[in-house]
Ligand binder design. Structure first.
Ligand code: SGN
Ligand code: CA
Length: 505
């Protein structure tokens, strides 16, 4: 009898422990890493074995979207759990009001140790962190400056390795009796895609397949698709993007930026760089390409460099995961892999993001937490960067403030499907006129359709039937067969705009 009572007491203690258990959170975010450059998402381009490790042991979200596909805005949405027009960061020019409520602040208040390491890009200094060391602005790939708790210094090395070193150092030094939040945020694979010394030639012999929409002529689309400035064909800078570099100081663009990045390297790094690029550049010049062949060459160079920076990200994530394993942190840590938005990898003939089209809208999103997530699971619900803050708060046992507009993803993890989950999402992009000249637009996406309204210096609509046209090549807005769908989606769009209190545009 006594034994039974003890057993019951013990079981009660265990379940109590379980509900009180607060996981550590490692939030891994890269900059501009498209889901279609991750092997767990079926990439035709590259292998990412360490990101895949997370997917194999956790959940992969197939319909994770951002609400505004550009850097600072996405980061502000993630921190605040609010749309851009409410958190104030509509575009990259805005400054994040760091006095507002963010999930790191709320975690800090309930005893989490918090750290923010790597790309920040919100102009104001990070708040809500016990420790922070961030890149100023976009940061540099080689020998970057970091602002560590307000103090700026240049650190020798390659940015992706350094962000990982600093993250592991912080984990090592933290108070091991408290749960932690680590925001481990890479600069890579942001433009201008400078690979580490180890990866300078890794894709030299690879011929990447062209995306199916590489030669999109935008025939049925609005002027917005035609008038952007982000084509592989015409908008790469020869030295900055294509690394067709002459001696420092020669033909430099964007305020001598290319000269700047080369000057930043030490002699050894620069020598490795020149040894890798000079022969391939000489071969390129000798081939004297033009027209389609030149466009395809640019795509290959772009992919070689973009994917080589991702190779460093993947290896470094492996290093961090190994650290967590070796230190008994794998079981009790929620690990998230994501990127601030997607990216065009030659899709529609483009690089960059901004548009509500699939490749930019879609975020990779993978979560591993052995205690709550079944290994190898896949989720098809429409989830948003807006949901991250409520999710992390939920796992930490904190109720999300009313003002946060997203929803915790936790119920989706438990038993697959939550009956009343959203079936549409709202998007709004503001940064125009600006680099790449993507016009302002807002829109709604459901599982089957996407309706976009471009406004400001234009008034144009696009409708895509994603079931029959997953690459969004055919705008069917004016097709009478879709008249009813247009009506329904316009009603949905205005409902969402009301619900999220957005009356801009
Ligand atoms: C820089 C890039 C652009 C990019 C923006 C925003 N040009 O201006 O290509 O769209 O950042 O990127 S660069 O030549 O300076 O690299 S974001 O990820 O920060 O939103
Ligand atoms: Ca970005």
């Amino acid at each position: 009898m006594r034994k039974v009572v003890l057993l019951i007491l013990f079981a009660g203690f265990l379940s109590c422990q379980k509900t009180n258990e607060r996981p550590n959170i490692v939030f891994i975010m890269t900059d501009d890493h498209a889901a279609h450059a991750i092997s767990a998402y079926g990439s035709r381009l590259n292998q990412t074995p360490n990101i895949d490790r997370l997917a194999e042991a956790g959940v992969r979200f197939n319909n994770a979207f951002c609400t505004n596909a550009i850097c600072a805005p996405s980061r502000a949405v993630i921190l605040s759990g609010k749309y851009s027009h409410l958190n104030g960061v509509r575009d990259n020019r805005a400054r994040f009001d760091s006095s507002q409520v963010t999930f790191p602040k709320l975690l800090q208040q309930v005893g989490y140790q918090t750290a923010m390491i790597g790309k920040w890009h919100l102009k104001s200094a990070p708040t809500g962190f016990d420790y922070w060391s961030v890149l100023p602005g976009q940061g540099h790939y080689y020998n970057p400056d970091f602002i560590e708790m307000g103090e700026r210094k240049r650190v020798p090395g390659y940015v992706t390795d350094l962000i990982t070193d600093f993250s592991i150092d912080w984990l090592e030094k933290r108070d091991k009796d408290k749960p932690f939040l680590l925001m481990y945020q890479h600069k890579a694979p942001h433009r201008n895609w400078m690979p580490s010394p180890e990866h300078l030639t890794m894709y030299d012999d690879t011929e990447f397949p062209l995306p199916p929409t590489f030669d999109d002529d935008y025939a049925t689309r609005s002027a917005a698709a035609r008038e952007q400035e982000m084509t592989v064909e015409n908008h790469f800078y020869d030295d900055w993007d294509m690394k067709l570099n002459g001696p420092i100081g020669e033909g430099n663009l964007i305020g001598n930026a290319w000269g700047g990045v080369l000057e930043r390297m030490d002699e050894q790094q620069r020598a490795a760089w020149q040894a890798a690029y000079n022969p391939k550049n000489a071969a390129f010049r000798a081939a004297n390409l033009s027209g389609q062949a030149l466009k395809e060459w640019k795509y290959q160079r772009y992919m070689q460099d973009y994917l080589a920076t991702i190779a460093s990200v993947d290896e470094n994530i492996g290093r961090l995961l190994d650290y967590l394993d070796a230190n008994g942190l794998a079981e009790n840590t929620l690990i998230v892999y994501t990127s601030d938005q997607g990216f065009f990898l030659g899709d529609h003939g483009w690089f960059d993001k901004r548009f509500m089209y699939e490749e930019a809208l879609r975020m990779p999103l993978i979560m591993r937490y052995p205690k709550a997530i079944a290994p190898g699971s896949v989720n098809e619900d429409i989830v948003l960067n807006l949901d991250f803050a409520p999710t992390f708060l939920d796992f930490a046992g904190v109720s999300a403030p009313e003002a946060m507009q997203g929803h915790s993803l936790r119920p989706l993890l438990a038993d697959g499907k939550q009956a009343d989950w959203r079936t549409s999402m709202y998007y709004h992009y503001f940064e125009f006129p600006a680099v790449h000249q993507v016009k302002r637009h807002y829109g709604v996406r459901t599982h089957d359709f996407k309706l976009i309204h471009f406004y400001n210096d234009i008034d144009a609509w696009e409708l895509f039937d994603l079931r029959n046209d997953p690459y969004e090549l055919k705008n069917v807005y004016d097709d009478p067969a879709y008249a009813e769908t247009v009506q329904e989606l316009k009603a949905e769009l205005s409902k969402l705009r009301g619900q999220y209190r957005d009356n801009e545009g």
